[in-house]
Design a protein around this ligand. Structure first.
Ligand SMILES: Nc1ncnc2c1ncn2[C@@H]1O[C@H](COP(=O)(O)OP(=O)(O)OP(=O)(O)O)[C@@H](O)[C@H]1O
Ligand SMILES: [Mg+2]
Length: 513
């Protein structure tokens, strides 16, 4: 090999090494701004130029934009202008010794960057598939002018730079999406927490205040809570408020309706099941695992069978579950909130509820008051609901007349808040004016005006009043449930047997109600 060839090979090896190093640095830079600076700085040194510029094409706006090397401000201009524009639109390399004499030269860029360009070599930047993403320029060669060899080197560098830019742009786009999703997520959480906060529990009576205060007090402690109350008193609402106020708010809230849990499914529903336990059985997560780290809401806990109670108790004691068909114990961290409209203490006496489970579930007891126990709240709640439903259905605001208000306060509301909601919804649809009169109310409410006020009664009379109220509530519940005794008993918080006994005592025959 002659000395000239030898030194040219050495130069090429040297250049390849340099290019490789630059590529490595470019590929590890994910910040687009920093990457553009890096590419321009490296190109300036590698090409023996005084400066380098990178113009990226913004197709949407039809503009080229640049972050000129060495930290100058970004520049934007029409993508059809200047030598950079000509390269970006034609895809051709342009090599000019004296730009001042070239008609394509766009002086504005020099004016804005405060730089004077003399010689210029510009190549198109292309993505892998050939699409042009911008123009890459080196300016003012320090010795001599840019030659064909320089063009080759700049093209090699430009090809690698385009890949690095594409990657950085993708990463930047993903980060933007991630930030946007995080923001949306935070917004949604705010909404969820607002909807299920203690503020969603309405009422200003002492009893409601006591419930809210208790929920506040227990919010940061993971104790198990038993929520009792008649049907429709807001037990589920309270359970959600407790969860979304707790430190577990961002973890799952999983509800299980114990009344709808057939004996044969108890284990798989609670603990999950392995695939292939029986033919065609897929692997399924149990409620405990689904609620891990969060809250498991055991609704209608009073309806859980004794066998299921035993299984539940074991998990609460050991904090470990096993899938049906699996042998591996899986630790679980679950807080339970349980709800029932049954009197569990009497269930314990009857032998249908385990006392040990009862005490595990009822570390704290939240008792939701029946609507008739917070009578003073009724007019306010009723008018609030009327206003809400009017807004929803775009009707003029409505309110209760004083007589209708009094009748509502007198009524026993066996279905509690849910019944109040239904009644107000019905009124918004059925009443045309903006005042609800007593006659507009449902039949049962219109008849309720005769209830005796118990406050001034003697103890003997009190007993009579209670009996009278009890009788009327049973009649109303039977009527509302169309004589379905099971349903009426549920509404009243009684067993069917208990209801039948009371019906006998008050001489209520199904047809009478
Ligand atoms: N204090 C309250 N403030 C606002 N809404 C309430 C209140 N209590 C109950 N509600 C509403 O009444 C309806 C019934 O409430 P929820 O389902 O929580 O009652 P529940 O006690 O779980 O009833 P059930 O025993 O029939 O399951 C829901 O629409 C709920 O939003
Ligand atoms: Mg409920």
């Amino acid at each position: 090999m002659n000395p000239t060839n030898q030194s040219s090979t050495q130069n090429q090896v040297h250049l390849a090494e340099k290019l490789l190093k630059i590529c490595q640095r470019m590929n590890s830079e994910r910040d687009l701004g920093a990457l553009l600076d890096l590419i321009c700085n490296e190109a300036t040194k590698l090409m023996g130029a005084d400066r380098a510029s990178l113009f990226l094409l913004d197709r949407e706006r039809g503009e080229l934009w640049s972050k000129v090397a060495l930290g100058s401000e970004a520049i934007r201009f029409d993508a059809r202008l200047g030598i950079a524009g000509a390269v970006a639109t034609t895809g051709q390399t342009i090599n000019v010794d004296d730009v001042q004499r070239d008609p394509r030269f766009y002086r504005e860029i020099d004016l804005r960057s405060g730089y004077q360009t003399q010689s210029l070599l510009a190549i198109p930047l292309r993505m892998h598939e050939g699409e042009i993403i911008g123009t890459f320029e080196v300016l003012n060669k320090k010795i001599g002018s840019f030659n064909e060899n320089d063009e080759e080197i700049l093209k090699a560098l430009g090809a690698q730079a385009a890949i690095a830019i594409e990657t950085a742009q993708l990463v930047e786009g993903m980060k933007r999406n991630r930030d946007q999703l995080q923001e949306e997520n935070a917004q949604l959480w705010k909404e969820v927490e607002g909807r299920f906060s203690t503020q969603s529990i309405l009422g200003s009576s002492e009893k409601i205040h006591a419930v809210l205060k208790l929920i506040d007090q227990i919010s940061n402690s993971p104790v198990n809570v038993l929520i009792t109350g008649e049907s429709g008193t807001g037990k589920e609402l309270a359970a959600k408020a407790i969860h979304y106020k707790s430190l577990r708010a961002r973890k799952p809230f999983v509800a299980l309706n114990c009344a709808a849990l057939p004996e044969s499914l108890v284990e798989s529903e609670l603990f999950g099941i392995e695939r292939g336990v029986a033919t065609g059985v897929e692997r399924r997560l149990g409620k405990f695992e689904a609620a891990n780290g969060g809250t498991l809401f055991l609704d209608e806990i009073g309806d859980l069978s004794l066998t299921a109670q035993a299984k539940l108790l074991r998990v609460l004691q050991e904090r470990v579950i096993e899938h049906v068909g699996g042998r591996k114990p899986i630790p679980v961290d679950v807080r339970t909130l349980s709800a029932t409209n049954k009197n569990l203490e009497s269930e314990i006496r009857k032998g249908t509820f385990r006392e040990d489970l009862y005490y595990r579930l009822k570390v704290i007891h939240v008792q939701m008051p029946a609507l008739r126990e917070i009578r003073q709240d009724i007019p306010g709640l009723a008018n609030y609901l009327l206003a809400n439903y009017c807004r929803e259905t775009k009707k003029e605001p409505m309110h209760l007349s004083p007589q209708a208000s009094a009748a509502c306060m007198d009524y026993s509301w066996p279905g509690n808040f849910r019944e109040l909601e239904n009644e107000m919804r019905r009124l918004v649809l059925s009443v045309s004016g903006n005042t609800v009169a007593q006659e507009d109310l449902s039949e049962a409410m219109r008849r309720s005006g005769t209830t005796v006020a118990a406050s001034s009664s003697t103890p003997r009379l009190l007993k009579e009043v209670v009996s009278e109220m009890e009788k009327r509530m049973i009649q109303e519940a039977l009527q509302q449930s169309k004589q379905n005794q099971l349903h009426a008993a549920k509404v009243l918080g009684l067993s069917r047997h208990g209801l039948i006994k009371k019906m006998k005592r008050y001489n209520i025959r199904p047809r009478d109600a």
